[in-house]
Write a protein that binds this ligand. Structure first.
Ligand code: SAM
Length: 286
């Protein structure tokens, strides 16, 4: 491309991605905060939230209860007690903790005693290809007081060949992960396979900005500032160069929606955040 990206053969991509994340694992959080000026926290909150898509607010306004089933269908993830949830490429636990916190807040709001049995069934599985990233997540889980195995399971595995049974999950999330898998279609069809009927797929990913002027500013930021920041903070310019190039190669919002549809999902929507710097795509398995 005009940005000097050299094509990486498919067979080398997994290895390259593995190396990138091994080398960035320790500085991962700092770099995320710096590059996104802290916004990645809000984007992940949004991913795990049960707020509906902004354009649906008017539908439910004033009619909260009778429209609750509709609200559920079109809401983002709607975590609930007893949920079986899989967060893929979730090494650091950022999304899993949010889903769990959201479930716990639902439980605490409910009448005491009635939910305990259901709550016990809650299980969040964090799957990541890279053990260094999983170790960061496990460490953070214990710092947060989560006991290992209790509601949180950490599994090393590939998004393209999940070790979970067909129709076993209520929810599937992947945040800033699908861009790195070698065959996106395989990851999507695996997501579809492991979800139950009615299960929701949500993907948070760096996407394409299509807002004049902002697009130009964003290009300068990503191609000049981010690699320089990577060199300065993480001592690794190449990994961050790769990051920026992989964002540009990733299909745009519409193309990615079509890929999700091709995997079998229905009701596909996407929400652009910060003008498309990131997008949350969602779909349901019917
Ligand atoms: N979801 C976390 C977050 O939002 O902070 C981590 C995102 S990090 C940018 C990307 C993660 O994807 C890394 O932990 C990496 O190890 C993982 N990854 C890359 N390829 C993968 C694959 N094929 N299957 C599972 N995880 C993968």
């Amino acid at each position: 491309t005009s940005f000097g990206y050299k094509h990486v053969p498919e067979e080398e991509k997994s290895k390259l991605v593995g190396n990138v994340f091994s080398s960035v694992a320790s500085s991962y959080d700092v770099m995320n905060d710096l590059m996104s000026v802290g916004l990645h926290r809000l984007w992940k909150d949004r991913l795990a939230s049960n707020d509906p898509h902004p354009q649906y607010h008017f539908i439910t306004l004033g009619l909260p209860y009778c429209f609750l089933p509709l609200l559920r269908l079109i809401s983002k993830l709607n975590p609930f007690p007893g949920m079986k949830h899989l967060d893929v490429a979730g090494g650091t636990g950022d999304v899993a903790f949010r889903v769990l916190d959201r479930i716990n807040s639902v439980s605490h709001r409910a009448m005491q005693g009635t939910l305990t049995d259901i709550e016990e069934d809650t299980q969040i599985y964090v799957c990541d290809i890279n053990s260094n990233m999983l170790n960061v997540g496990k460490k953070r889980a214990s710092e947060r007081g989560y006991k290992e195995g209790h509601r949180l399971s950490w599994i090393q595995g590939d998004a393209e060949a999940l070790s979970f049974e067909d129709g076993s999950m209520d929810g599937y999330t992947i945040a800033f992960g699908i861009r790195n898998v070698t065959h996106i279609e395989k990851a999507l069809s695996e997501a579809y396979r492991v979800l139950k009927r009615g299960g929701r797929f949500l993907c948070l990913e760096l996407s394409h900005v299509d807002v004049p002027l902002f697009k130009e500013i964003y290009d300068v930021y990503s191609f000049s500032v981010i690699p320089a920041m990577g060199e300065l903070v993480a001592g690794d310019r190449q990994s961050y160069q790769y990051l920026v190039e992989s964002i540009r190669r990733f299909p745009n919002q519409e193309k990615f929606s079509q890929m999700i549809k091709d995997a079998g999902f229905e009701g596909i929507e996407y929400e652009n955040l910060v003008g498309g710097v990131v997008a949350i795509h969602s779909g349901v398995k019917l």
